[in-house]
Design a protein. Structure first.
Length: 221
């Protein structure tokens, strides 16, 4: 595995000392800076993405608390007519569920399909909620350092066609045998997992594991 973006030294929970790269200045997806993403979206959508809306370290326990909170940086509503919010940071809080995520963030967006980057790392999530499927253009999703235990939770992420960068390290499911290849088999559109590029060998191993699993299930029927 070739690392393309090192993880920052952080401790779980709202008392964590480091956030990692500032998304407005040095946020990277693979080796692409957030400013590059802004330019790309501007060219494709004819609008310019505003700086990320940052609710990190706010001790938020319920996702709907966002409705009454002011972000640390960024604006709940993009200020210029040609700007849209496309990135939201919710890391280092106490969020245990994303069930009400669409309702909580919809006021910040022109439409839910605008959201392409979401950071919910260092929270208390135990599941990957289907609410994320209301964000079909999501390309970057950070879920590391939560409490997600079951590897099957990743299955529905395969329904996000534009998801390219995903983090899950620091969750209990990471200890599952063959974790990296299982995730890749179930979310094959990924290009980076846990800040490491997906290699051709990764895809070969993932495909082999998937075929073995299918044969085993067929034999058991």
């Amino acid at each position: 595995m070739t690392s393309v973006l090192g993880t920052s030294g952080v401790a779980a929970g709202p008392a964590a000392a480091a956030l990692g790269p500032d998304p407005a200045a040095t946020l990277q997806t693979g080796t692409i800076k957030f400013s590059d993403i802004q330019s790309r979206i501007a060219g494709q959508w004819k609008v310019f993405p505003a700086d990320p809306v940052d609710f990190s370290f706010k001790e938020i326990s319920h996702i709907t608390d966002l409705l009454n909170e002011e972000p640390r940086t960024g604006k709940k509503k993009a200020q210029a007519p040609e700007q849209v919010n496309t990135a939201i940071r919710l890391s280092n809080n106490l969020i245990a569920s994303l069930a009400d995520l669409p309702r909580a963030i919809e006021p910040m967006l022109t439409k839910l399909t605008d959201l392409t980057w979401l950071d919910v790392s260092f929270n208390l999530l135990t599941t990957i909620d289907a609410a994320l499927l209301h964000l079909p253009n999501l390309g970057v999703l950070y879920l590391h350092a939560n409490q997600i235990d079951a590897i099957n939770e990743v299955d529905q992420l395969g329904q996000l066609p534009h998801l390219r960068n995903l983090t899950l390290h620091g969750n209990p499911l990471e200890s599952t045998k063959g974790y990296r290849y299982i995730v890749l088999a179930r979310v094959p559109q990924l290009r980076h997992l846990d800040f490491c590029a997906i290699t051709k060998q990764d895809r070969i191993v993932a495909r082999t594991m998937l075929e073995r699993t299918r044969r085993r299930r067929h034999d058991d029927e």
